[in-house]
Ligand binder design. Structure first.
Ligand SMILES: Cc1cc2nc3c(=O)[nH]c(=O)nc-3n(C[C@H](O)[C@H](O)[C@H](O)COP(=O)(O)O)c2cc1C
Length: 119
């Protein structure tokens, strides 16, 4: 399989967006994405929507884990608190995601990581 180089410097290089697999909760987890990568080395893959608060306060390493084979890979964060979204986005960049995508229009009642949310 041809490999796409990792791009951990968000914004410094253009992603090929002609084909992408949309973020889908309960579907595009790391196992699904690894499987999908076998069909195309270049298609842009999205994570499920991940609760930004859970990333900031919960098990960040587990929530953001992915295999390097999954690049190019976008992290979708869900939330409504700007400071939490910003902190979670920074964590996503540090984890090596190629893009951070914000979903601010969802109730998050079902978002991945909710079980780690600390109120
Ligand atoms: C099972 C399922 C889960 C989804 N989860 C998310 C999600 O986590 N975040 C999101 O932004 N959209 C989510 N969506 C919407 C899809 O990302 C996509 O925008 C939608 O299916 C429309 O795609 P289309 O324009 O290619 O038809 C989900 C859709 C489905 C069917």
């Amino acid at each position: 399989m041809t490999k796409t180089p990792s791009n951990s410097s968000i914004g410094l290089s253009k992603l090929d967006r002609r084909i992408a697999v949309a973020p889908m909760m309960d579907w595009t987890d790391r196992h699904c994405r690894f499987f999908l990568r076998g069909f195309s080395p270049t298609v842009l893959l999205y994570t499920e929507m991940i609760n930004a608060r859970a990333v900031v306060r919960g098990d960040r390493a587990r929530l953001l884990a992915f295999d390097p084979e999954e690049h190019p890979l976008a992290l979708q964060l869900g939330g409504s608190e700007p400071a939490e979204l910003a902190a979670a986005a920074r964590a996503g960049e540090e984890a090596g995601y190629d893009e951070i995508n914000l979903n601010c229009g969802h109730t998050l009642g079902h978002a991945l990581g909710l079980e780690h949310e600390l109120r």
